[in-house]
Design a protein around this ligand. Structure first.
Ligand SMILES: [Zn+2]
Length: 98
């Protein structure tokens, strides 16, 4: 009986952790898509100008209650903020590969 439970656990536990990882991956992808939309909205609100650098992005987009009234999205895996690469002429948010 113990052996059967151990065998079942060895099958079920990895499936559950795999499902959690897939959910986190979907969440991270959704965060990134929302950040790109917020970035484009920011540019539209600023005469086409994008954030000057990552520090400006963090302050004016990611941590802005205008674009994220419920707080800045963070990666569900690393809990780190997303990074902007670019300047006022244009840029993007680096997507995560999980
Ligand atoms: Zn991530």
């Amino acid at each position: 009986m113990v052996l059967i439970i151990a065998i079942l656990a060895s099958i079920v536990v990895p499936r559950l952790t795999g499902a959690a990882a897939e959910a986190n991956k979907s969440k991270c992808d959704a965060n990134w898509a929302n950040l790109i939309r917020a970035l484009e909205l920011y540019a539209a609100n600023n005469n086409g100008a994008y954030p000057a650098d990552n520090a400006a992005f963090q302050a004016d987009v990611l941590n802005s209650s205008i674009y994220f009234p419920h707080g800045a999205p963070v990666c569900p895996f690393s809990s780190t903020p997303y990074v902007y690469v670019g300047d006022a002429a244009g840029g993007t948010v680096t997507a995560h590969i999980h």
